[in-house]
Each structure stands twice: as C-alpha cells, then as structure tokens.
Design a protein around this ligand. Structure first.
Ligand SMILES: [Zn+2]
Length: 423
C-alpha cells in the first residue's frame, strides 16, 4: 500500500484506551503485527508518531526488507486489516500473552552463603525486590563488591547497582560497564544482567578460574535498571511503556527516550524532537536526569582506568550492536576486531539452544539511532567496545514467558564468558 493511506489511518487510530479496575491498561484483544515496510521505515515511523498504535520494534534483516512490529487495539483491528499492509500476525491477543508471561514472583529464600536462590529466575519481579536482590547479592560478596549509586531518576529514585572487583582491589582495572532496562518494557534485560551478577558472585566464591580471571582483569560496574521510573510504570500501569517518566513544559506528552538523549549524534536521524514519539530525544543532550547521571559516571570511569567494554542491554531483536548507530558510513577504528569478537560471541550464545544472534554496526544490522549510549561510550568515553545487545525474543517480543528467563540467561552467560576471556 501507499504511505498516503498510512497517513489517513493516523487520524483514525487515536484510540480510547481501556483500563483495568486498577487503572492499568488492559491489552485484552490487542493484536501484534509485523509489517513489511518495503524499506520505507522512516516514512512509516513518522506516521506512527501520534498514534495510539504502539510501536514495538524495527528490524532490518540482512537478507530481506525492513519490518516494523506494532500492537493494535481491538477497536481498530478491522480498520488496520482493511489497510492491507503486508503483515504477519505475531500475537492474536496481547492480553493473553501478558497473562502467560506470569505474575511478579515472590522473593526467594537465601541459601547457606546468603545468596538468593535460583528460583529468582523463575519469574519476573517487582522493582523493590530487585533493589533487595542487589543488596543481598552484594552482602554475600562483601570483600569484592560494593553497592553504587550514580544519580537519581526524574521521579527521584536512586539509579543504583553493584561494583565488583578481583584480587587487585577496587578501582585497579579497566571497567566493564553494563546498563540494563534503559527501556522500561524490556523486562528480560534486568534479570539476565542479574544472572550474570549471580554467576560472577557464586563462581568467584567457588574459585572458578574463568570467573576469577574475568574479575581479576576488570572492574565490573553493573546497573541492572537505569530507568527505574519507567520500569515501575511498566509494572503498575502500562506493560508496553518504553521511555522514562519525565514531564516537560508545554506538552502533555510524558517521557524521554533515554537511549536517544546522549550527546554523541544527538538529534540526528533515528530520533525524534516530538515529545509524543517513542524515540523522543529530549531538547538537549543529557536533559533526561538518567542520561546525565550515566554520562557523568562514564566520564569518571573513562578518566580513571578507562572503559574496556560497555554493554547496553535491550530486547528483543537478538542482535549484538556495535558502533555506530548514528552514522552508517563510518566505523570505529577497531571495527574489524569488534566484528570478529561479536561473531565469536554470537557463536557461543547459540550453543546451548541454537538461538541466533546477528551482529554488526547498529546502523547496518538494525536501524539508525542517534544519541544512543553505545556511540557515546565509543566516541566520548573512550570505550574499546561500546556495544548494545538485544536479547530474545524475535517471536515473543517484549512479553517473554517467564520460563524463558533462565534459557535466555544461560545462553548470554556462555557468550559473556567467551567475550571476557578474549577481549
Ligand atoms: Zn531497548
């Protein structure tokens, strides 16, 4: 179909959103479609800017045309179907998927070493339980870690996590810096990052030589939830919320995309100056307090021992994203080495369950995105490897059943062990 038709349905789809009794959004009857965009993704995206249609993900496949996934409310499914996009249906009822995803779990018992049990990874969890989890994990590894706090979210929640180090003591090695759950609805990211922490802490205590080597070579700085306000909102009100919860003057739109608010490439293609957009960059680099805190923290790491590896954790495209996202025809100096490492990491990720991860510069393998964290780390914080990893799953999307938390964690653990030993 022609995009002029798409512009017409922009007006038709201003939806009345149904709420549950507790004011959370009901996704009962929402259908999820994958639209073949005929490679006109930027045009399609602009038509979505003011819609209630929820943009989920864009994918540019190496061997086929680009696709965009969208969730459509039930009262507009007939209108949407009549538009005759080239689509496949990913979900016939998103509300049912959310029910299958499982309710937020109970806090596990601590084992004899004071570590929360593996049952933590059987379900998703409330934000306050994540905070407790970090504290318990750190307390079980007290000689080699400390809780850290890098700043505050828009609503005043601390942005926190764990700093871990090895035999040379703290602040003695280059940094491995992980950011999880920058996008609120990507729940799998924080819990997979916590699995990495769990494996590091328990493995080091058991004198696993590979884990000892990783921690002896690098200081790890791990912030599992860098967008706490959005994460909480996605748990209480709108499961598909992406941005932070920042309000601004002269608009009722809420939220800045923290991963478009970094200073490198700020405001370029693949970000929006429209506050209603899912990729709203903000008006100035770092005018989202979460990004400002992360940029400042990255600078302290950069001038201290430097940043070896940064990974910004996302879902659900199953891809290892290298710099750059903001430009498509220029690459970091060490790009050949990065591609080789990412390819070998993808091989290790695939070993347990045959989960396929693509890899390469973000602009080439996924889509252009300006003002993102990995480009900032590469160009402004001197990171040797400024990466993003999009976790599972291309078939389930953001609402991943809880029984996939452990498999997703295990495969990434395999990839990380390889990466840390070989980078
Ligand atoms: Zn994301």
């Amino acid at each position: 179909m022609k995009l002029t038709t798409a512009i017409w349905f922009t007006g038709a789809l201003k939806a009345i959103v149904l709420a549950n009794q507790d004011d959370s959004i009901s996704f009962e009857g929402f259908k999820v479609y994958r639209i073949d965009t005929s490679d006109q993704i930027a045009d399609l995206k602009s038509t979505f800017a003011d819609l209630f249609i929820i943009e989920l993900n864009y994918n540019r496949h190496r061997d086929s045309l680009a696709t965009i996934d969208v969730a459509v409310p039930p009262e507009h499914v007939a209108v949407f179907d009549a538009l005759d996009f080239n689509t496949t249906i990913l979900s016939r009822n998103l509300g049912a998927d959310i029910a299958t995803e499982g309710s937020l779990g109970n806090y596990p018992e601590l084992d004899d070493d004071g570590v929360p049990g593996l049952s933590w990874f059987d379900s998703y969890h409330a934000y306050e339980d994540h905070v407790r989890y970090w504290a318990d994990l750190q307390a079980s590894f007290v000689n080699n870690s400390e809780l850290i706090q890098v700043g505050y979210s828009f609503e005043g929640r601390p942005i926190q996590g764990i700093h871990l180090w090895g035999s040379s003591g703290k602040n003695s090695k280059p940094a491995v810096f992980f950011n999880g759950n920058v996008h609120a609805r990507e729940w799998i990211t924080s819990i997979v990052v916590e699995y990495l922490l769990y494996q590091i802490v328990t493995g080091y205590n058991k004198k696993d030589t590979a884990i000892q080597a990783a921690l002896d070579n690098y200081d790890f700085y791990v912030l599992p939830v860098v967008n706490p306000d959005g994460f909480v909102y996605s748990q209480t009100t709108n499961r598909l919320w992406r941005k932070n919860r920042q309000t601004r003057d002269n608009t009722t739109a809420v939220g800045t995309d923290i991963n478009r608010n970094w200073s490198v490439g700020f405001g370029g293609d693949g970000s929006s100056s429209n506050p209603s957009s899912e990729t709203f960059s903000g008006y100035q680099p770092g005018d989202a307090p979460e990004t400002a805190a992360l940029m400042e923290f990255a600078q302290t790491l950069a001038v201290d021992k430097g940043i070896k590896l940064y990974i910004d954790w996302h879902s659900y495209a199953q891809v290892i994203l290298l710099s750059y996202g903001y430009i498509c025809d220029s690459f970091p100096k060490n790009i050949d080495r990065q591609i080789s490492l990412a390819g070998e990491t993808a091989v290790r990720i695939a070993q347990p369950y045959n989960t396929t991860f693509d890899y390469g510069p973000g602009c080439l393998v996924l889509y252009q995105s300006s003002g993102n964290g990995r480009d900032y780390m590469t160009d402004a914080a001197g990171a040797e490897f400024g990466w993003g990893i999009e976790l599972r799953s291309t078939s389930y999307g953001f609402v991943l059943p809880a029984d996939q938390i452990l498999p997703s964690s295990v495969e990434i653990w395999e990839g990380m062990k390889y990466l840390w030993a070989n980078m």
